[in-house]
Write a protein that binds this ligand. Structure first.
Ligand SMILES: NC(=O)c1ccc[n+]([C@@H]2O[C@H](COP(=O)([O-])OP(=O)(O)OC[C@H]3O[C@@H](n4cnc5c(N)ncnc54)[C@H](OP(=O)(O)O)[C@@H]3O)[C@@H](O)[C@H]2O)c1
Length: 366
């Protein structure tokens, strides 16, 4: 009993003081250290919870891939990690897949490898996309819209975690200054969803199956808060808090947008999904991966299983009635209290529209 208590207390202390990340915080003072410790604690605890949950619910995380010939899926960050595994599954569904990634040549190499490995169904095109630049997001959207008049599935997957402090954009009013997690994980996807709306709507069918937008969020959103006073973390930067803020923003966006679509009878559903704690490059540079790579390899979910979790809202017929929800392991989970705050969701939505120069998120012509 004594030993269990000592281990328990030590574990709690470690959760508070050991940040998951290697990147440095900036501008911390007084209360900032307490906030950083609280954020680390929640990230560590939720990470452990999710890892256990992924193991326990392994059997639920299953999906029979439906045939979706002639349907189109667009995915950001599809050439590595979980996104790459999602691309393989979309192709197995015989879909046409548009991948947005930073390095088109390496994306095309990845596609070649997929084909060599025997996945020959579906077709796939690789486009340049850098989510740190809203100009790049706009260019990507123009090309994809021209090539695919109907888009059935949009998977907002690209992401960064625990990156060093960086401000993106600023060269153009339509490419505003943003903190990099906010830009890559949330705002770039917000803009992309807005720009692809006409094509998503074209694909959505009122009575059969709506088009679907899947926001790949994270259980890390439980540690998040939307800090409207310093949303770009210029005064005080904590990598964990910046990641958690962007992931919370994705869940708030999901819930608010689903309501807007329902209110306007637009045949598109929006989902937020936590893919599980997966062994990918996202953890590169974290203490856990450096110190105990075997532990990560052994206990974390394989990216292919994380991809199944994302495929569920993207293509499963049974997900049709689950628009606006937060999912993991092919089931609905309750998101954090902050993520369920409708007032905050609306405030963030309006803030982001103003920031990105979007006058009407849902154009009247739709
Ligand atoms: N792994 C996990 O345990 C976990 C848990 C919860 C949520 N997630 C979420 O799952 C998603 C995928 O993560 P992952 O684990 O597969 O990570 P990953 O292996 O590091 O892959 C990240 C992907 O995002 C792309 N990306 C990063 N910055 C970009 C930018 N500026 N512009 C365009 N694309 C960019 C990368 O493309 P490049 O090849 O161009 O770098 C890569 O394809 C992320 O949104 C992440 O937050 C992951």
């Amino acid at each position: 009993m004594f030993l269990i208590s000592v281990v328990g207390v030590a574990a709690v202390i470690i959760c508070f003081i050991v940040p998951l990340n290697g990147a440095a915080s900036r501008g911390l003072s007084g209360i900032g250290y307490i906030k950083a410790a609280k954020c680390n604690f929640i990230l560590n605890i939720m990470g452990i919870y999710s890892t256990v949950d992924d193991i326990i619910n392994r059997r639920r995380n299953r999906l029979k891939l439906p045939q979706k010939k002639d349907q189109v899926a667009v995915i950001t960050g599809g050439s590595r990690g979980i996104g790459l595994e999602v691309v393989k599954k979309l192709l197995k569904c015989e879909m046409s897949v548009a991948i947005g990634c930073r390095n088109v040549l390496s994306g095309e190499e990845v596609v070649k490898k997929i084909r060599e490995d025997g996945i020959l169904s579906g077709d796939v095109k690789v486009y340049h996309l850098d989510m740190e630049s809203m100009t790049s997001v706009r260019e990507f959207a123009v090309k994809v819209k021209a090539d695919y008049p109907k888009i059935h599935v949009l998977i907002n997957n690209a992401g960064i975690m625990f990156a060093p402090f960086k401000l993106t954009g600023g060269d153009d009013p339509l490419n505003p200054v943003m903190e990099s997690h906010f830009s890559v994980n949330y705002a770039g996807h917000f803009l992309l969803t807005h720009l692809l709306l006409p094509n998503l709507k074209n694909a959505g069918q009122e009575d059969i199956q709506h088009a679907r937008v899947v926001n790949v969020s994270s259980i890390a959103h439980f540690a998040g808060d939307i800090n409207f006073e310093d949303i770009a973390s210029e005064k005080c930067y904590m990598p964990g808090a910046a990641y958690a803020q962007s992931k919370l923003a994705q869940v708030l966006f999901t819930r608010h947008l689903e309501k807007l679509f329902q209110d306007s009878d637009i045949p598109i559903h929006v989902y937020a999904v936590h893919p599980g704690v997966c062994d990918t490059d996202l953890f590169k540079g974290t203490y856990i991966k450096k110190a105990m790579p075997w532990l990560v390899h052994f206990f974390f979910k394989h990216p292919a299983r994380g991809a199944t979790t994302i495929m569920f809202p993207a293509v499963a017929p049974t997900a049709e009635s689950l628009g606006g929800t937060y999912l993991s392991n092919c089931e609905v989970y309750t998101p954090s209290a902050s993520a369920r705050d409708d007032t905050k969701a609306k405030e963030l939505f309006n803030y982001t529209c103003t920031l990105l120069g979007i006058e009407q998120f849902i154009p009247q012509v739709l």
